[in-house]
Design a protein around this ligand. Structure first.
Ligand code: LLP
Length: 439
């Protein structure tokens, strides 16, 4: 698994990406700016596809981790499908040209409108709705019946295993809102005729994100296997696929991660041709972070150095609205100077301009004392859940996104303007009916 600087090496003392210096990109786009390496995105995708060779498989990139349409198009052109969780993500998949038979739709709160759009996607509809509750299944069945369609479904199983990750990103425990438990799934399977608008074709799971050990996955796989056995005896037609979710962690600092080949071996062991399944099954996975995380950085300029006795503050032009992970989860992102600096270091807090103490990208970092106004810093491992979770807090326009491939860089999202910030806002005027006048 890649490390934060693998795709952003120093050359002649300056950080680069695919042979392009980050200074050159900053000169063109200004800062802050998100920068992605195409190779950084494709290498992990290819490693997963290689590891799953021999299985009928599909790697569905989790759009929520990094949802720019150019990134989706790049991954799709290399065989990836997508895992999405909203009508907005479905719209992105359509723009990126992702084929319908490579789209799965997860999420606990699908609306009837989203269901209808997904049933219409590409004409014949998407590959699978990963259904998370009985009321959702009932609604999907009715929406599909009204459209004279049959919705393909995977029931999302909550296997109740502890993924041992941050509590906000654990999803496979029974106390979490996600999925159906074994009893609920068996009940649905027994009463499948109650849902004439759906066809139950698979089981899906996703136990959590930033997993650093295989053992929770192995526990979950075991439970899925046992459930598949039980379902075989109940369902009128055999299941066709298992969707094993995402969750493989990456190195942000020095974490030891799960090697992709070992993850794939585990999948072969439980679901491959020699696994003793009654019918061969297609295997889907939904990686997000392991593909996009270390393929992207957030580049920012130092605005001020504020000197204090015990530690200094570097105030930079990126803020928590651009990358919220450190503020929200206390997560660690390496921060480095783009032009290598020698000389003494000092404990430094790297902070943004937003009016919150939590607007801090890193505390007590031993950064060069000479790093000062006008210098560029890179916040690493920002490709996943970086731009995708950004917002406009403090009325800050969101940064542009740049994709670097084959020694060239392209702006794949423009910097937002002040006009973008107020788009859709309306100054009230007398033309709106007042409540008393409305009747
Ligand atoms: N599939 C489903 C159903 C998911 O809910 C998720 C992530 C994934 C796949 C992709 O998981 P990954 O391979 O990226 O771990 N904002 C948090 C992460 C939230 C993850 C939510 N679900 C963060 O910044 O760490």
């Amino acid at each position: 698994m890649s490390r934060p600087t693998d795709y952003f090496p120093y050359k002649n003392g300056v950080m680069t990406v695919d042979g392009v210096s980050l200074n050159a990109i900053a000169e063109c786009t200004g800062t802050p700016v998100y920068i992605y390496s195409a190779r950084g995105l494709l290498d992990p995708l290819k490693a997963l596809q290689k590891g799953l060779k021999g299985l009928d498989h599909l790697v569905c990139f989790a759009v929520k981790s990094s949802s720019n349409v150019a990134i989706l198009q790049l991954l799709s052109s290399h065989g990836a499908g997508v895992d999405l969780v909203s009508g907005g993500e479905l719209h992105r998949a359509a723009i990126a040209g992702v084929p319908a038979d490579k789209v799965v739709f997860s999420g606990v709160g699908k609306t009837p409108g989203e269901m209808a759009r997904a049933l219409d996607y590409g004409g014949n509809g998407i590959y699978s709705f990963n259904v998370e509750s009985e009321p959702e299944l009932r609604l999907l069945s009715s929406v599909a019946s009204h459209m004279e369609k049959t919705a393909p479904v995977a029931l999302r199983f909550n296997p109740d295993v502890d993924p041992k990750t941050h509590p906000y990103i654990s999803t496979g425990l029974k106390k979490n809102k996600f999925g159906l438990n074994r009893a609920e799934i068996l009940k649905i399977a027994r009463e499948v005729s109650k849902y004439p608008g759906v066809s139950i074709r698979g089981i899906s799971i996703h136990i959590g994100s930033q997993l650093l050990s295989l053992s929770p996955l192995q526990d979950a796989f075991k439970r899925v296997r046992a459930l598949l056995e039980e379902l075989e005896d109940i369902l009128p037609t055999p299941l066709r696929f298992v969707d094993l979710g995402g969750g493989i962690g990456i190195t942000y600092r020095n974490e030891k991660t799960i090697p992709i080949p070992r993850y794939c071996e585990l999948i072969h062991r439980y679901f491959g041709p020699k696994a003793g399944l009654r019918h061969p099954m297609k295997i889907l996975i939904e990686p997000g972070r392991s593909i996009s995380g270390n393929a992207g950085i957030l580049l920012s300029e130092v605005l001020y150095r504020k000197q204090r006795k015990e530690k200094d503050f570097l105030i930079v032009d990126a803020a928590m609205n651009d990358l919220i992970r450190p503020s929200l989860y206390g997560s660690h992102h390496e921060i480095v100077a783009v032009s290598r600096k020698t000389g003494a270091r000092k404990k430094t807090d790297v902070v943004g301009p937003v009016c919150e103490t939590g607007d801090c990208f890193g505390s007590d970092r031993p950064l060069p004392r000479s790093l000062d106004q006008g210098d560029l810093i890179a916040i690493l491992s920002a490709g996943a859940y970086g731009f995708a979770m950004s917002g406009n807090y403090n009325s800050r326009p969101r940064p542009p996104e740049v994709l670097v491939a084959g020694g060239n860089f392209e702006i794949i999202r423009e910097r937002e303007t002040y006009d973008d910030l107020v788009r859709g806002e309306v100054l009230p005027d007398q033309t709106c009916p007042r409540p008393e006048a409305a009747s």
